[in-house]
Ligand binder design. Structure first.
Ligand SMILES: Cc1cc2nc3c(=O)[nH]c(=O)nc-3n(C[C@H](O)[C@H](O)[C@H](O)COP(=O)(O)O)c2cc1C
Length: 390
């Protein structure tokens, strides 16, 4: 693990371990990948205005906070990432274990390679479930019911995916949306897989379990839906604001809307009754050329004030990024690729390592910037570009 000293190191090791199509699915974005890049640039454009001689030194800064009433040991959560079982056979089970060990929340993707129940059972801490309307409303009802039974605390409804984004890297590998990977696809990819024998052996030992287990296990009118049918219904009837009232009747816990970028949509989400918002552009994987999520956070926070908790993901690669997001009004930041790079590089220990590096960097940044606790991280601690001001 000593070889992973930064998230960039985890990415480099992941590139060596997994075949090109898996690497490109994980790393890539939509269109010209403009937003994917600006998500990261945006964090670099924010400057700290440190309070010198304010750090208590000892005791160490207190990184703990709460998100929707749940205690977390740091203001960093795990975003949902699909197809993690092809990055490493431990996939979402590893993510749930690592998040629990780090004292934070894992969000399981609807596009997982392990079932909702398996990940719920493996979780040693709080877990959220990210809902896509696989199989339309009838399918969503079954997924929500499974998540409820398995003890997930919140439902995250992703709203930026009415169709998959234009992921040109995937298309170049012959992977067409909605992405499905099965034994046949892997066999077709053999020339690109062979240079990664360890990955191939690990995946073979896992019996090529790359199916979308949630999409392949839903019923409609008492009959099993095929995965293709479930995906077809999902794309035909993506989640809409009208669905939130219906979801309230299905789900007992908090409901979170993921994938908003404007003040107008944030207010719409509040009208629809959500408990929290995740400002997100899906890591630049959906509509390209939208605002970087950190700039969008400023607009959303200005629009909603304290009415709901606001979270953000997109471009988080360092602990300092988390501190900047909190300074701009996020309750917490979330990371997608950062933990998935750890998983693809080294399985569960890789995620543990990435989370521990991010924690150390949040801690160091707080000391250097003069914040003893998360509530000290406020707007006075940062300067933003003029063009972001609302
Ligand atoms: C490989 C990959 C798969 C993803 N799958 C999902 C998904 O199934 N559902 C979802 O809501 N978001 C998904 N996302 C988006 C993430 O939840 C998150 O918004 C994004 O990764 C944040 O940007 P970052 O990767 O720069 O941290 C995925 C992202 C990646 C990189």
């Amino acid at each position: 693990m000593a070889r992973i000293g930064t998230v960039a190191d985890a990415r480099r090791l992941a590139r060596r371990r997994v075949p090109g199509p898996v690497r490109d699915y994980l790393e890539g974005g939509a269109g010209a990948e403009t937003t994917m890049r600006t998500n990261i640039d945006a964090f670099e454009q924010v400057e700290f205005r440190p309070r010198v001689a304010a750090s208590p030194g000892t005791p160490a800064p207190d990184l703990s906070t709460t998100v929707l009433g749940t205690d977390v040991s740091m203001p960093l959560l795990l975003s949902p990432v699909g197809f993690t079982r092809m990055m490493d056979p431990a996939g979402d089970v590893a993510a749930a274990g690592a998040a629990g060990a780090a004292g934070t929340i894992v969000t399981l993707s609807s596009m997982s390679g392990h079932t909702i129940a398996e990940v719920g059972a493996a979780a040693t801490g709080p877990a959220w479930f990210q809902l896509y309307f696989l199989g339309g409303r009838p399918g969503a009802e079954q997924l929500v019911d499974r998540a409820q039974r398995a003890g997930y605390r919140a439902l995250v409804v992703t709203l930026d995916t009415p169709v998959p984004g234009n992921r040109e890297r995937d298309l170049r590998h012959g992977l067409t949306p909605p992405l499905r990977l099965d034994r046949q696809t892997i066999i077709k990819m053999i020339p690109r897989v062979l240079p990664h024998p360890r990955w191939f052996l690990d995946t073979a030992r896992d019996n090529f379990q790359l199916d979308l287990v949630n999409a392949s296990s839903l019923e409609l009118d008492g009959k099993m839906m095929s995965t293709a049918e479930a995906l077809l219904y999902w794309l035909a009837t993506p989640a809409r604001w009208e669905d939130f009232a219906w979801l309230r009747q299905q789900w007992n816990g908090p409901i979170v809307a993921k994938g908003l970028l404007t003040g107008e949509d944030a207010r719409r989400a509040i009208d629809a009754g959500v408990d929290a918002i995740i400002v997100s552009n899906h890591g630049g994987r959906q509509l390209d050329s939208v605002a970087p999520s950190l700039a969008a956070l400023v607009e959303v926070v200005a629009a909603v004030g304290d009415q709901v908790e606001v979270l953000i993901d997109g471009g988080v690669r360092r602990g300092a990024d988390v501190v900047k997001a909190v300074a701009l009004g996020a309750r917490a930041a979330m990371a997608g690729r950062a933990w998935a790079y750890g998983l693809a590089a080294a399985g569960r220990p890789g995620i543990d390592r990435v989370l521990s590096l991010l924690r150390q960097d949040i801690d160091r940044t707080m000391r250097l910037a003069g914040a003893a606790r998360v509530s000290d991280i406020d707007r006075t601690l940062v300067r933003i570009p003029d063009t972001w001001k609302v």
